[in-house]
Write a protein of this length. Sequence first.
Length: 67
Amino acid sequence: MDTPKKPATPEEIAARLAEAATRANAEADARRAGEKPLDLPPELGGRKGPEPTRYGDWEKKGLISDF
């Protein structure tokens, strides 16, 4: 008969998650390093300042609307 496997301790789970997070961050960094920056033309007549859709919503004069 097989003996039942004992459940992982919270410390073991945290260590596995930390290892997975480190691997994921390294993969994301490598992917970002391989990307070419976008060569977009400047917007004519656009708003001044940071891109208004940078957080997935639009802000104008302090009012926000989600897409």
